[in-house]
Design a protein around this ligand. Structure first.
Ligand code: NAD
Length: 378
């Protein structure tokens, strides 16, 4: 198969994505950009678990438009370790109790919430009330009502809300969005997305505790599968039907192990997802009128890989988290699109709730009523 490079797909990317580079090149944005070119946003990470430690903090060492300015942790022993490793001044270190004092700290512009799911709403709202822009990890919250509260708090405070949906800043995913927008392979007839892993070796982890996670595989990797069928068709679904499978009930006592769901789209496209905490799979595949495209893996950190009926995709591998945080900072600094706004996180939570409801009702088809572009980012 021929390799398809970024240059060959350049037209598709430029036309279809409208990403940061393209927007920054316009005369208006050049003016905004030169006014802000020395400014970088200070980010404070809330929750210093594995994602902050091994992905976000290292990525923040390479970002262009933001940097690691502060930390918020409930574990005092981490304060000194992080301060030494990243040169974080004492006044930029907070715990969960004194966190609200961040309102008086001008060196922190953005609060990035990287806590167990049950804590996303509380800390996103407190961050907004402190006047800070918010990045919230996936899933946005425990339910749609909490998503609404986060969105309302950010609106009221006049701060920007973005989701930690790193794939929207990543070149393979951007290429897929470009194929869909440009109809490179014609209409999408069928799309399937699997997002699943099998590394549940610690039975005491919060992801298996319903009070902290809100659910199992669906609340975790399932969000990626839902995302995939939406950006892989360019449409919000109009219905979903779902099934749950349990093979290790003694281990997955409180949370879902494996879920499948089928989607209908207004265009006639059909979608199918599988998410699991007990199966390994990570793939997006679309069968189209004039060919197909596939990412496998489709949602791991790096490296993603992809191919199409016309050849292989071959993009530069970069930290997705670096690209994501720079995209968010660019939105605030230069007015480029917010590629993963809070409404996108809320839309996905509406779908999560519909999937759980469908399972409860024995697989009944649930109607979904989104505006056609509701939740789509820039
Ligand atoms: P983790 O278990 O490694 O870290 C959780 C952090 O929260 C720890 O620092 C822990 O001390 C703190 N914490 C505070 N209260 C806690 C409590 N009651 N129970 C357990 N921990 C508590 O988790 P993680 O993998 O870093 O995930 C954090 C968030 O980031 C989750 O919402 C997860 O979905 C999200 N995440 C996103 C991605 C992505 O690719 N976007 C990847 C991994 C995790």
């Amino acid at each position: 198969m021929d390799k398809i490079t970024r240059r060959q797909f350049g037209t598709t990317l430029a036309k279809g994505i409208g990403g940061a580079a393209l927007v920054a090149a316009s005369p208006v944005n050049c003016m905004v950009s030169s006014a802000n070119q020395k400014k970088r946003l200070g980010i404070a990470l809330v929750g210093l678990g594995s994602y902050s430690t091994y992905q976000l903090a290292p990525a923040l060492q390479d970002t262009e438009h933001c940097y690691l300015a502060g930390i918020v942790t409930g574990t005092p022993a981490k304060e000194g370790v992080w301060a030494n490793r990243y040169g974080i001044p004492k006044e930029n270190i907070y715990n969960y109790d004194n966190f609200d004092g961040i309102a008086n700290n001008d060196s922190i512009d953005v609060v990035y919430v990287v806590l167990p799911n049950s804590m996303h709403a509380e800390f996103s709202i407190r961050a907004a009330q402190a006047g800070k822009h918010v990045i919230c990890e996936k899933p946005m919250a425990m339910n749609v009502a909490e998503c609404d509260e986060i969105i309302a708090a950010c609106k009221k405070a006049g701060v920007t809300l973005g989701m930690g949906y790193r794939l929207h800043s990543e070149p393979y995913t951007k290429a897929v969005k470009g194929f869909v927008k440009d109809k490179t392979f014609g209409a999408i007839n069928y799309i399937s997305a699997d997002a699943a892993y099998r590394s549940m070796s610690n039975p005491n982890q919060w992801r298996l505790n319903r009070k902290l996670s809100g659910g199992g595989a669906l609340m975790n990797m399932g969000v990626y599968a839902i995302q995939s069928v939406i950006y892989g068709t360019g449409e919000n679904p109009i219905s979903v039907s779902a099934q749950e499978f349990s093979t290790r009930p003694e281990y997955f006592k409180e949370t879902d192990e494996t879920i499948t769901a089928q989607f209908e789209f207004k265009s006639g496209a059909i979608g199918n997802i599988m998410t699991s905490h007990n199966v390994r799979a990570n793939r997006l595949f679309a069968s189209c009128e004039r060919g197909w495209f596939e990412l496998d893996p489709a949602s791991t950190y790096i490296p993603l890989a992809g191919r199409t009926s016309r050849g292989e995709l071959n993009f530069k591998q970069e930290s997705q988290q670096k690209l994501q945080m720079d995209d968010f900072a660019s939105h605030i600094l230069f007015g480029t699109p917010n590629v993963a706004p809070g409404e996108m996180g809320r839309r996905d939570m509406v779908i999560v709730e519909a999937i759980y409801e469908s399972i409860k009702r024995g697989g009944q088809k649930m109607a979904l009523n989104f505006e056609p572009t509701y939740g789509f980012g820039g």
